[in-house]
Design a protein around this ligand. Structure first.
Ligand code: PMP
Length: 312
């Protein structure tokens, strides 16, 4: 925990340990929340923390709020401002994870509805290094399938849907793998438990379309842009089958927490030559320079925060 661990809770900045909810909170029982996972990347040379694509994260959170009828009194601009202020107050000089959550704060259980229940917003941050333990993932195809829009909409970060990711990840790790790859209800490849998926086949970069039950990942969008605009590669949003992955030249996962992490093995079969491939490597290098604010062309994706190191 940071020496100055604050949260934004019930409209105020408070010490993290004071940000507590009642056990009767609706969201605790029913997963009625819309959240985000955002990264702040510390650039030691510039003594600045760069928050990556902050606005886009809050736009996605707001869409989830509309779906779950979460009325919170903050605009996307307000949420960006609150986040910058919280980070400044905490005075981080290292990589951080930023976790906003809009949720049904009504202290009412036995209420299976979304309307007539109050909502609130809270925000916490924490130092955060690597999310995955390795940068050469051994994955398995999960027996769990990603839900589709007819059951729980997969295109939003709704708290309740993460039971699906957690079941898949737990199964994978307990079976000795690093991460799970989930298929959708039709049997096409969807994504990792907490990451989007890309495959390189014949020099083209493929990723499942949003209609294949994937989260519209902000890192996915970033990588698609870089592959097209910076590497002049053809990027295809198209169905991917499990067997396509077995025979792909390269495969990697993308996500705010996971960054760009190569998958070198799936279901005990090597992908390509079992090492990070050249396209994955080039994209990864470019991405890491951008997220720490070192590429002037993409500074518009980075919100700089200079830590307030004056102790109060
Ligand atoms: N899919 C799922 C299920 C996720 O939880 C995440 C992480 N937010 C992603 C994909 C990647 O999304 P992003 O790049 O926006 O972090």
């Amino acid at each position: 925990m940071s020496p100055k661990a604050y949260a934004f809770f019930k409209g105020e900045f408070v010490p993290l340990e004071e940000a507590k909810v009642s056990i009767t909170t609706h969201a605790l029982h029913y997963g009625t929340g819309s959240f985000e996972g955002i990264r702040g990347n510390w650039n030691a040379e510039k003594e600045t923390l760069y928050i990556f694509r902050l606005r886009e994260h809050y736009q996605r959170l707001s869409q989830g709020c509309r779906l779950l009828m979460l009325d919170i009194p903050y605009s996307v601009d307000d949420l960006c401002r609150i986040t910058v202020e919280l980070i400044e107050r905490c005075g981080y000089t290292e990589d951080v994870y930023i976790r906003p959550l809009a949720y049904k704060s009504a202290e009412k259980v036995a209420n299976l509805k979304l309307h007539e229940l109050e909502s609130d917003f809270c925000l916490m941050t924490m130092p955060f290094g690597d999310y995955l333990d390795t940068d050469a993932l051994r994955c398995c195809t999960s027996t769990w399938r990603r839900p589709d829009d007819r059951s729980i909409p997969p295109g939003f970060k709704l708290t309740g849907i993460y039971i699906n990711s957690i079941l898949a990840k737990t199964e994978a790790v307990l079976a000795g793998f690093d991460e799970a790859i989930l298929l959708n209800q039709e049997g096409n490849v969807a994504e990792g438990a907490g990451e989007n998926l890309f495959a390189v086949m014949d020099g083209k970069v493929y990723t499942p379309p949003l209609g294949d039950s994937v989260l519209p990942g902000i890192t996915r969008n970033t990588i698609m842009h870089l592959a097209k605009e910076e590497m002049e590669l053809e990027v295809v949003e198209g169905h991917i089958s499990r067997t396509d992955l077995y025979t792909a030249d390269e495969c990697f996962l993308t996500g705010t927490a996971a960054h760009l992490t190569p998958v070198v093995e799936l279901d005990n079969r090597k992908i390509g030559d079992g090492k990070i491939g050249p396209i994955s490597e080039a994209l990864r290098e470019m991405y890491f320079e951008i997220v720490v604010g070192n590429n002037p062309k993409y500074l518009h994706w980075c919100t700089p925060v200079v830590p307030n190191l004056v102790t109060t």
